[in-house]
Design a binder for this molecule. Sequence first.
Ligand SMILES: NC(=O)c1ccc[n+]([C@@H]2O[C@H](COP(=O)([O-])OP(=O)(O)OC[C@H]3O[C@@H](n4cnc5c(N)ncnc54)[C@H](OP(=O)(O)O)[C@@H]3O)[C@@H](O)[C@H]2O)c1
Length: 247
Amino acid sequence: MSTLTNKTALVTGASAGIGRATAEALSKAGAKVVLAARRRDRLEAAAAACGDTEVVQLDVRDAAAVERALGARTFDIVVANAGLGRGVDKIHEGDPADWAEMLDTNVKGLLHVVRHTLPSMVRAGRGDLVVLGSVAGRQVYPGGNVYCASKHAVRALYEAMRLDAAGKGVRFTTVDPGMVETEFSLVRFRGDTEKASDVYAGMTPLSPADVADAILYALTRPAHVNIGEIVLWPTDQASTTTVRRDG
Ligand SMILES: NC(=O)c1ccc[n+]([C@@H]2O[C@H](COP(=O)([O-])OP(=O)(O)OC[C@H]3O[C@@H](n4cnc5c(N)ncnc54)[C@H](OP(=O)(O)O)[C@@H]3O)[C@@H](O)[C@H]2O)c1
């Protein structure tokens, strides 16, 4: 197993949930971690739990800001994790503003980050690019419409990057979790704590640390081994629509 000493890692969406846990895990493994997200106070709190870190306040939807913040830098590892869901409305009742926010963040935001970090990895002939997909990128569920479409797009982009950068020495990984207890549902239901906690009622979801552990596994394989796809489910979840719950 290789450790991450002397590596610089960018983690987007590092102010909460999976991104924050990943920043901590990579930092513990010896990487210098650059934590990026919009909320500076939350980034600073996350950075305090890590060792050698830097904080970058960044909205991944803003292509020019991403270019300014990342374009001239080089990273050994990029974990493109920033993302969100908004609502679970049926598609014929959905709010186009919610759709735009999900697509702008999950798809275009990912593209902005990739466009300004992958070129230097290709030039260097090495690097790791990890995307946070989801089981929602493999299965659709009622009310998941545009969020699921955005995660299907993430999966397509993961496959596209593998092909376009084939032979350039860069490893690509998509990490696709089922239900993880983070702020995801709170954001999805716009701060409605009851609706958010109902999502995980009576079942044991994954923790952000479980997902961070999977990411670390992929990153610490020997250089000739590329863990391409990791799908992690809570044991209580058999599909996006089948969850075992107490009571
Ligand atoms: N939780 C789950 O069940 C689950 C399952 C599968 C996949 N995922 C995926 O995992 C990733 C992380 O989600 P999470 O569960 O950890 O949710 P979370 O706790 O809500 O964290 C989301 C992170 O993304 C950041 N973010 C959102 N919009 C952003 C933007 N425009 N620019 C920069 N950063 C932005 C947030 O930071 P700021 O608000 O400070 O910007 C936050 O740090 C997402 O891609 C999500 O789709 C989650």
